[in-house]
Design a binder for this molecule. Sequence first.
Ligand SMILES: [Zn+2]
Length: 77
Amino acid sequence: MEKLKGIEVITLKIVEGIAGYYFYHLSESGENGKPALCGNKEVMSTGLPLSSWGYVGHLKERYCSLCRARHWRRKNK
Ligand SMILES: [Zn+2]
């Protein structure tokens, strides 16, 4: 992961589980079929900005807690 003046540049993308139900994961590549942080490979790319992670609207979006936990742990290394 790139470091810029001591600040870690987060380049994660939001991907969506192909099982549907608006269940989202975090991925480094953001590509279809590439494993998310939690290891789930059954994902597809989305155009969602990382800033929309955690937003819950009328679609009742859900977010992978394992992806979030791993991302958080990496950030605080
Ligand atoms: Zn996940």
